[in-house]
Design a binder for this molecule. Sequence first.
Ligand code: SF4
Ligand code: SF4
Ligand code: FES
Length: 242
Amino acid sequence: MEIKIIIQRQENPDTKPYLQTFLYKGDGALTVADLLAEMNAREPLMDADGKPAPRISFASSCHEKKCGACAMLINGTPKLACSVFLNTAVQKDNTVHLAPLSKFPVIRDLVADRSATFAMLEKMQVWLTRKRDEGEEQARQLQYAAGQCLACGCCLEVCPNYLAGNAFGGAAAMIQAYKAIEQNEDDAHRAELKKQYEEHFFNGCSQSLACAKVCPARLPLETIQARANAHLLKKHSILQKR
Ligand code: SF4
Ligand code: SF4
Ligand code: FES
């Protein structure tokens, strides 16, 4: 099988992106991340026209769906490159398209700068002052699930309301805020977390749940969001009683 790998390339944040095509010959029984590593090991790396090409920058670490570093657009859909096999990604015209996540600034080629997601957590004060240990079983299970978030940004890519640097933090922020609200023993900090959750998630989420459909960790985003919202609505009903 001969597959055309069409990659959106960009030398640095200030240059324009362009497309470059490479050829792969084989049965496609390797992941997209392994394919990129194989291409970078070619000596020299040539494009489909036989011209020398610079090495392809991409991020990866664990190669087993645990770190989120390799998130990119594969045929326009956000996925983890280490979890997608080339023979499942190839389209009818024998092409596979690779591009960086589009909601973040590009550092180089397929590497996007996702630091805005971590800056948002800092802004929302998502950390534990004092950890609470008790809690009902369902909450513990959801908190554990929330802890599996890879911070990959796939949910942010498909979110109609997210753009890096804006006030809305998307599902990646929601899930961490939820965990911190439930696990925090400190009342004042928990109240602040709810305020931040309202401002940076609740007020901006339009409930499309596109995020849940693409999450590579298959996290129960709808249930977690419902739990987090319930904390907020409880807060408001208490305020109303007062
Ligand atoms: S439910 Fe929709 S608007 Fe809300 S975070 Fe998910 S994708 Fe974004
Ligand atoms: S919620 Fe899912 S898609 Fe979003 S950052 Fe976490 S693991 Fe990635
Ligand atoms: S390299 Fe870690 S999730 Fe893909």
